[in-house]
Design a protein around this ligand. Structure first.
Ligand SMILES: [Zn+2]
Length: 415
């Protein structure tokens, strides 16, 4: 599977939020997971059977709603000759919208990972567990254990640890045997140790450079050798740059790999947050500069900078919850864009056209999540986009102090 982009993760997260908020008045929300290996005609046959079963439902309204949901899925299935690469999920049903009203919703989702089990469920909530499980990060980390005797290389993918290489050294122990001059012995030992570290460094660099998408490297081992190995930069600089931290482990063999991962677990949970922190700190440092600041913030200014193509990194708060809407005058076709907060959308009344005498209100013709809209904009001007969570103080400040939209510029410009 190719890793999901931040954007795809964000979009899927938003879909999940919407789906989670859907409640049926009775058991009338249908979730259908179709694995890639399933034949579409099998699914249709299954649904036909459910359809006839559902005709026995006692409550008339519930029955009607369930039947229409099944019909809706069956008609959508006709668009598929076979399931997509990872399968497809349907969430269809009548959600409750206050008082006695319901509204039909239908989501068709192609998941980021293959669906493994066919599943049909009719409940008062959508069944989201399998989809949610796919959102768990499946990142790749290089594992390196080293001391003067052993070196083990491994890889962590998701929660799967595998050993890639195990090596042992001929470096003698630190204490000399009788007879030899202690000084000479120590010197020889240090040379042997250096050669051993060079060998470990080369092997590790080669192996980790071959692995695509390595997010970072965890280094472990007992005692101070691992620090020495890191400080003396025995790894290729590209690999060296990816070192996250060093961790104490009792072992340097295959068993040590598991120890290393478990000791690094906390650090890794904080990793995403800390990379966001780093970015935000860079931005905050720029904000405080009185001259040649590379910071820009607020929707208007950021848009201006994006139009000029000078944004290096666009920072968007995951909590923005705003939409970009396009208003069109039905009389003269004049159009304009507005940004509206999600909570104001329902009560939003479009203004009258400012270009013609028509007294009619303009109409909302398009509605797109602001994060999606700005990300597209940024990607078209080859700016990087970072969606920042509110999991840290710095991330929180983007949302609360900078209105959720900021950027770091390629060069300083007076906007
Ligand atoms: Zn008009």
């Amino acid at each position: 599977m190719s890793e999901m982009t931040q954007r795809e993760k964000y979009d899927l997260k938003r879909r999940l939020e919407e789906l989670k908020s859907c409640k049926g008045r009775h058991t009338e929300l249908i979730s259908l997971y179709v694995p890639p290996s399933k034949q579409i005609f099998d699914v249709t046959a299954y649904l036909r059977n459910e359809y006839s079963q559902s005709q026995n439902i006692k409550s008339k309204t519930t029955m009607k709603n369930v039947l229409s949901a099944i019909e809706s899925i069956m008609s959508r299935l006709k668009n598929f000759k076979q399931p997509p690469e990872n399968g497809v999920i349907f969430f269809v049903g009548h959600k409750s919208v206050g008082a006695d009203k319901t509204e039909m919703v239908a989501y068709v989702i192609e998941p980021p990972m293959p669906i493994t089990t066919f599943l049909y469920r009719c409940d008062s909530l959508f069944y989201l567990d399998p989809l949610q499980a796919m959102m768990v990060e499946k990142e790749v980390y290089g594992l390196l254990l080293v001391d003067r005797r052993e070196c083990t290389l491994g890889i962590l993918k998701g929660n799967q640890i595998s050993m890639l290489k195990y090596m042992t050294s001929q470096v003698p122990g630190k204490h000399g045997r009788g007879g030899q001059s202690q000084r000479r012995f120590e010197r020889l030992t240090e040379i042997a140790a250096h050669e051993w570290f060079v060998k470990c460094g080369e092997e590790a660099s080669e192996i980790f450079q071959q692995e695509e998408n390595i997010k970072g490297i965890l280094v472990g081992g007992p005692g101070p050798t691992k620090h020495y190995f890191v400080e003396e930069k025995y790894l290729h600089y590209e690999v060296q740059e990816k070192i996250i931290d060093t961790f104490d482990t009792g072992y340097t063999d295959e068993f040590g790999l598991r120890e290393l991962v478990s000791n690094a677990a906390d650090t890794m949970t904080n990793l995403k947050v800390s990379s966001e922190k780093k970015l935000m700190k860079r931005f905050l440092k720029e904000v405080t500069k009185t001259e040649n600041s590379l910071a820009v913030y607020g929707e208007l200014q950021v848009r201006k900078a994006l139009e000029m193509g000078i944004v290096d990194t666009l920072l968007l708060s995951e909590n923005l919850r705003r939409y970009r809407i396009k208003l069109v005058c039905s009389s003269c076709q004049y159009s304009e864009h507005r940004t509206v907060a999600e909570e104001d959308l329902e009560a939003f009344s479009p203004p009258k056209c400012s270009k013609c005498d028509s007294s009619a209100e303009m109409e909302i013709k398009e509605k797109i999540d602001l994060i999606d809209e700005l990300s597209d904009f940024a990607e078209n001007t080859s700016s990087k986009v970072e969606i920042i969570s509110t999991g840290s103080e710095e991330g929180d400040s983007l949302y609360s102090a900078f209105n959720g939209i900021a950027g770091i510029l390629r060069y300083s410009v007076d906007l």
